[in-house]
Ligand binder design. Structure first.
Ligand code: BG6
Length: 536
């Protein structure tokens, strides 16, 4: 069905695409919202185009805005045309697809609305043969999660199944899973009151990214990397997730969240877990999720006395990003002019286990930075004897990380791929050392389109594979780790010394220019250990 120009590529031969869900009815709460337009519908349409959906399915959008099925179909068509990145739009295919699209207006806080939904779902079951396999996607503001789940239960639309029984009905929850440790435990309690864990799919879209999935393959499908993937060989790890965009029209949400809750507590912690985990005993979903959780549990907790040495925050000022003038965070829509919300956060973590003891893991994430880029860099130790150290004058020796030539970079986006940096002799009569990289790029190697994270995750939620979803103990372990920092940052005002760290004195906000790499405090945090952030 889909245009497979890459079918001739020998690397793509023999790849099975046998991953078809059973018939289903998918209810999207918040169908009028941005996520549905930008991500969900384009992803579902892409699955349809690739023939990855079953013949019998129905999608029911629900939100408060009154609309007919036809109006919903038209607005979704516009969204698919606008936001489908590399799936060609085809009018006939859309016609067939859109026959399964429905809409009903309803108030997700009113029980009556669920009773009506139940009737609609029975009609759709009759018409489309969905077999009563209902999956509910919560794409609403988080404040509605608890009421929706409760009402789903009260109306009989959601109920708990034993782990030995098929995991229908299912609920998909978008992040944030709570606002802090307490609220995440409360949300979880409600979810578990109604459903068993195997019916709950907590989406962290980073886990659906192709390169993120490749971390495990790279580590455990090869034999040459694992022996050096530990404290004996690794000097430190840097994880960067940099964005050029500001908070756009999400000022109100961001004022509540900030970089720590928005990116670090979830997306970046999944990256840390994948890069640092032990090999799972098998690829079954629980074994891999067990190993990811163990990493979080081994991370050294923040200590009240040194917390500012381990975490810094920033907020963007005005500046220029990619040549365009950018306003400061405090001037964004729905943001307080005195806001102390962080738009940048950087951490230093230690995983206190046998593999990683003493290896710092530095993470940073921020908005309005110089470049859009997400990567994990494994910085290996310098050679034990620096034979070439005295040569001077070479490009290699002038580099800031001159003593440690080997860096393995997993590029999550853009230009997904992997590169390995190493030192080599420059041709010529003298021994001049240069540093070079060996590069692997997904795009050029496989010549195929990379499925979007949502495509993969929606498909997995439909087939009932929870491997790439956040399990409740992972979410809780992560909130537990960050709770002291959340509380510390709530209390401490940027610019006023807290006396909680030896090194870092936070300057008042805003403390970094749009288009820079974040506040100076983030560089200082690494400098005290003789490290520098990679120049990207
Ligand atoms: C979302 C955050 O989860 O991830 C956004 O809420 C952020 O603030 C986005 O922009 C980044 O995702 P990606 O896939 O562009 O790295």
């Amino acid at each position: 069905m889909v245009q497979t120009a890459m079918a001739d590529n020998p690397l793509m031969l023999g790849l099975p695409d046998e991953k078809r869900p059973e018939p289903f009815a998918l209810v999207i709460f918040g169908a009028h919202g941005d996520l549905t337009k930008r991500k969900l519908l384009p992803a579902i349409y892409a699955l349809y185009v690739q023939d990855l959906l079953p013949d019998n399915f129905a999608i029911l959008g629900q939100s408060r805005t009154a609309k007919t099925d036809e109006e919903f179909r038209n607005s979704m068509k516009d969204a698919v045309i606008k936001y489908s990145e590399d799936i060609e739009f085809d009018e006939n295919t859309w016609e067939r697809f859109s026959k399964s699209l429905y809409y009903r207006a309803g108030d997700s806080k009113q029980l009556d609305s669920y009773k009506e939904m139940k009737v609609t779902l029975s009609e759709l079951q009759e018409k489309h043969g969905t077999m009563g396999n209902n999956i509910f996607y919560l794409s609403t503001p988080p404040s509605l999660y608890m009421p929706i789940v409760k009402m789903l239960a009260e109306s009989g639309l959601a109920y708990s199944r034993k782990t030995t029984e098929p995991a229908w009905p299912r609920v998909v929850v978008e992040k944030p899973f709570g606002h802090d440790l307490q609220s995440s435990i409360e949300l979880d309690a409600i979810l578990h009151d109604v459903l068993n864990e195997h019916q709950i799919y907590r989406i962290d879209h980073y886990l659906g990214k192709e390169t993120v999935q490749n971390i495990m393959c790279f580590r455990f499908a090869n034999s040459i990397f694992e022996p050096i993937w530990n404290r004996e060989f690794v000097d430190h790890i840097q994880i960067t997730s940099a964005e050029t965009i500001g908070v756009e029209d999400r000022g109100a949400y961001y004022e509540e969240a900030g970089a720590l809750r928005d990116m670090i507590q979830n997306h970046l912690m999944q990256l840390v877990a994948l890069v640092a985990m032990e090999p799972p005993i098998s690829l079954d979903p629980e074994s891999t999720r067990d190993e990811r959780v163990k990493v979080l549990k081994a991370i050294r907790p923040f200590s009240p006395d040194t917390i500012d040495d381990f975490a810094v925050r920033g907020q963007y000022d005005e500046g220029f990003v990619l040549g365009n003038k950018a306003i400061r965070y405090r001037d964004e829509k729905n943001v307080s002019p005195e806001s102390c919300r962080e738009t940048f956060a950087a951490m230093k973590l230690y995983i206190d286990n046998w593999r990683w003891a003493g290896v710092p893991i530095y993470m940073r994430s921020g908005k309005r930075l110089a470049k859009r880029l997400t990567e994990i860099a494994i910085q290996f130790r310098k050679p034990p004897k620096l034979l070439f150290d005295q040569l001077g004058g070479s490009v290699f020796n002038k580099e800031s990380q001159a003593e440690a030539p080997n860096v393995l970079v997993m590029k999550i986006q853009p230009d997904d791929g992997i590169s390995l940096k190493f030192a080599t002799k420059q041709p010529g009569p003298t021994t001049q050392i240069r540093s070079l990289t060996m590069d692997f790029r997904y795009g050029t190697a496989f010549g195929s389109r990379t499925p979007s994270a949502y495509e993969r995750l929606i498909l997995d939620s439909l087939t009932g594979d929870p491997s790439l979803f956040a399990r409740s103990d992972f979410v809780e372990a992560s909130w537990k780790l960050y709770q002291p920092l959340i509380e510390h940052w709530e209390k401490a005002i940027p610019g006023k010394s807290t006396g909680k760290g030896r090194v870092v004195e936070h300057r008042p906000f805003p403390n970094y220019d749009s288009g820079s790499w974040g506040p100076a405090e983030s560089d200082e945090m690494l400098a005290v250990e003789g490290h520098v952030w990679r120049e990207l």
